[in-house]
Design a protein around this ligand. Structure first.
Ligand SMILES: [Zn+2]
Length: 333
């Protein structure tokens, strides 16, 4: 069960641009289907030459966006929940049970409300990526960094882990273990990290999505079978989707699409110091994305996170998961 802390009523802006991040989750997050292509090395590049580290030299700060204050422009889109009454069962006419009222969310979440009374809030998200080309070997050199997992556990970090279906299939015990950590929630990162039709700048390593609904539901099923609850957040592989109809399809499955608002810079192209500086620049109410993956794709996350955790504590930041940031109810068993 996920504990909810510091819930506050969200009122989130409409679509806003998200930051670019690169690596195993080679990406082109954007508020429109016409996203720019990444300059990052792709997993295919890395896989074809594992001895060569990616060598781009982009300034991570260049990808930090400054989205509008979500509290300034409320949206009226309630999250769809499986817990909502849908059947024709017995009606309780006298005193209805308290309900978990859905709260308004933007069509595509990239950040949440700021903390109150000086508190700064940041939603920490980890993508757990398993491309099809990685699956035959379970890509054990890049599956996850046990030191990062230990940091999460030892520090009681709250976070949302967006795992794609193949990743969960490869490492069910890891996902199950993490799901039991207070403040950790498992969310949907599609089945195979595929690129959705119409997505510009797609990652060549990503398979073409042919059955959009199955990308969502197949991953949701293996997550539910593994951790005992349905995921309620969805992140497109590489933030790559075709348009608003894709967002609507996600919502129709009872999940909500989530992007990011600031850049971790967690690929091999960035030093730990660059990553730390990038994350320190995240906005209050932001969503930052990094990876469970490590190895040649993301070798410096541990060093960055190890430094950021005490910095967050010393500087008034509360690290939350997406559910907590958005003031929603936790997923139910
Ligand atoms: Zn990813």
């Amino acid at each position: 069960m996920i504990r909810l802390v510091g819930a506050s009523r969200p009122a989130v802006a409409t679509l806003i641009a998200a930051a670019l991040f690169i690596g195993a989750c080679s990406s082109n997050p954007a508020s429109t289907p016409t996203a720019v292509p990444t300059e990052a090395p792709t997993p295919t590049d890395v896989a074809s030459d594992p001895g060569v580290a990616p060598s781009v030299s982009l300034d991570p700060r260049a990808f930090i966006t400054d989205p509008p204050d979500p509290e300034a422009s409320p949206s009226a889109s309630p999250i769809a929940r499986s817990s909502a009454p849908t059947d024709g069962g017995p009606q309780e006419s006298a005193t209805p049970k308290p309900t978990k009222a859905p709260k308004p969310l933007s069509d595509y979440i990239t950040r949440g409300p700021k903390g109150k009374n000086g508190e700064k809030r940041l939603a920490l998200t980890f993508d757990a990526d398993m491309y099809p080309f990685m699956y035959p070997t379970h890509d054990t050199t890049n599956k996850y960094d046990p030191r990062v997992v230990k940091l999460i556990e030892d520090n009681g970090l709250h976070a949302t882990i967006f795992a794609n279906g193949l990743y969960v299939k490869a490492f069910p015990d890891l996902i199950k273990e993490l799901s039991k950590q207070p403040g950790i929630e498992i969310a949907n990162h599609s089945w195979d990290h595929g690129a959705w039709p119409g997505c510009a700048g797609r990652d060549p390593a990503a398979p073409a999505v042919t059955d959009k609904k199955a990308e969502i539901t197949k991953a949701a099923k293996i997550i539910e079978d593994t951790v005992g609850y349905k995921p309620q957040w969805f992140r497109f592989g590489g933030f790559c989707y075709g348009g608003t109809a894709d967002l609507d399809l996600v919502k129709a499955q009872g999940e909500w699409p989530v992007g990011n608002s600031c850049f971790f810079g967690d690929s091999a192209a960035y030093t730990a110091a660059q990553q730390i500086a990038s994350v320190k620049a995240c906005p209050n109410g932001g969503i930052v994305v990094t990876h469970l993956n490590n190895g040649v794709y993301h070798p410096n996350i541990y060093e960055a996170l190890k430094a950021l955790i005490p910095w967050w504590k010393a500087n008034g930041w509360t690290i939350v998961n997406v559910t907590e940031l958005m003031g929603q109810s936790p997923p139910e068993n």
